[in-house]
Design a protein around this ligand. Structure first.
Ligand code: EPU
Length: 449
């Protein structure tokens, strides 16, 4: 996340999110064995939490991942007068019967994550206008939102980009339209879908993203009374409805969290069962793990990974779903480093997703990046080192590398990891990892002793 520490939040909760300074300490080199249950999907949760206000009613969201991006989403709603109440650890009730469209004092908060842009689609649908701080999120080069804006404009909204704020309004109401996406974009597909749900008439989104979180958001909205068909294909059709109503809805499991743990199992050479997953969502990942020589066993809601010897090289290009996910790029690069032979990893989604390579090189990896392709020479084993979590998935990759490497690895800037991995320390401890989180003053104390 860019400028993370420069934007203190507007409430005690967001300050807690901002100012927490922790690091992870790992003593790696042990095979991990056991079962890890995956949490709800981050990128579905942030969309569904923000979309829930379109119902003007009470929604109960289950299987909510307890991560800081979800905290920020809930905080963005609280800042506008929405009532948020946890019914248990992973179930939240969001009561948006009362919501103030004019309150927008949380611009700094919006900048702390990417998904705050969904509030634009949701507020446009509810109030016909939206004023939201510009989104932030992980830094992998330019992250334009031109396709979101193009879609809103096609539906009849005026969108004005102020330096730090997105201002959108549809004084004559939103009207269904045909929207062709110039690039396959998860965010733009979901955002235009949100805005179209209560528009007058039919909207057709062409060249839509297929990701499971697009489908989950559509399923949630349909459960609320929306009329969306085709989610998960190239063409999504939305017939505008007058009103939505509240529901109880459970978020799908996080395929990227699951994929990260599968790679961890293959990297550490034990036997890891990853449960509470939808195995189909993991096909692109398990196919590559098998190609590298790992053993994959599947049942209805779990995938188990084990290895019987060194892994072999592989070539991968990240692509929109159902291709190999870009959000698995850094973790896969760690596994390629541990394999035998020379692999290539081509990034097909983001302009610059290889910043983590410098950190991995500190652990002995041999990687050369040219443009969007990394050539990864397998080195068999990595060495422990002090590294940084430069973004969310890069941070996850450092954990995988640290658990695979013999010795003590320290990972700084772990707030990035906390944005998207629920309770990762306990989950990993439960399968035998020697990993702990220390706050920085504790850590200084630790070193002094
Ligand atoms: N793009 C445009 N114009 C737009 C929107 C996107 O040119 O208006 C381009 C982007 O520059 C990029 C490509 O389209 O090259 C795909 O971007 P997309 O819009 O799909 O990404 P996003 O919605 O901003 C989500 C996830 C990311 C994940 C990408 C791709 C959320 C909150 N974030 O981002 O997740 O990498 O889709 O799958 O859903 C993560 O979880 O670690 C993460 C970064």
């Amino acid at each position: 996340m860019k400028n993370h520490h420069h934007f203190p939040g507007s409430s005690p909760d967001s300050e807690r999110i901002t100012l927490r300074m922790e690091k992870i300490i790992i003593h790696g080199g042990k095979p991990l064995t056991g079962e890890i249950a995956v949490s709800g999907m981050k990128n579905a949760a942030v969309a569904i939490v923000l979309a829930s206000v379109m119902t003007e009613d009470k929604c109960v969201i289950e299987n909510l991942p307890r991560i800081s991006d979800v905290d920020i989403s809930l905080e963005l709603l609280r800042a506008r007068g929405v009532r948020v109440k946890f019914l248990n650890r992973t179930t939240v009730e969001i009561d948006s019967t009362v919501m103030d469209s004019e309150l927008y004092g949380e611009d700094d908060l919006a900048r702390k994550m990417r998904a705050s842009y969904y509030l634009v689609g949701a507020l446009l649908a509810r109030f016909g206008k939206a004023r939201v701080g510009c989104p932030g999120g992980c830094d992998f080069g330019a992250r334009p939102i031109d396709q979101h804006i193009k879609g809103f404009e096609a539906l009849g909204a005026d969108v004005v980009m102020e330096p730090d704020v997105i201002n959108a309004s549809a004084s004559d109401g939103l009207k269904g339209a045909s929207v062709y996406m110039d690039v396959v974009s998860v965010g733009a597909t979901i955002n235009v879908m949100l805005a179209a749900v209560k528009a007058d008439g039919v909207t057709v989104i062409e060249n839509a993203a297929h990701e499971p979180h697009v489908v989950d958001t559509a399923n949630f909205l349909n459960a609320c009374g929306a009329d969306i068909s085709g989610a998960g294909t190239d063409t999504i059709k939305i017939k505008g409805v007058k009103q939505l109503h509240g529901v109880t809805y459970a978020i799908i499991p996080d395929m990227i969290e699951a994929g990260t743990f599968l790679i961890l199992g293959a990297a550490t050479g034990g036997r890891l069962k990853i449960s509470n997953v939808i195995p189909k969502h993991l096909d692109s990942i398990t196919a590559k793990l098998e190609e590298m020589g790992a053993t994959i066993e599947q049942d209805d809601e779990a995938v188990t990974v084990s290895t019987t010897g060194p892994l072999s090289r592989v070539n991968i290009k990240t692509q929109p779903y159902p291709g190999f996910p870009t959000d698995m790029n850094p973790q896969m690069c760690v596994l390629m480093s541990l394999a035998q032979g020379v692999s290539t990893l081509t990034e097909g989604v983001w302009e610059n997703r290889f910043r983590y390579v410098e950190e991995l090189k500190r652990m002995g990896a041999k990687i050369k990046v040219e443009g969007r392709t990394a050539t990864v020479e397998g080195v068999g084993a990595l060495n422990a080192a002090q590294v940084r979590a430069l973004d969310l998935r890069a941070g996850a990759a450092m954990i995988v590398a640290g658990l695979a490497a013999e010795g003590r690895t320290e990972i700084d800037e772990v707030h990035h990891i906390q944005r998207g991995y629920e309770d990762i320390i306990h989950k990993l401890e439960s399968v035998g990892a020697d990993i702990r989180m220390v706050s920085i003053p504790d850590n200084l104390f630790d070193k002094a002793n």
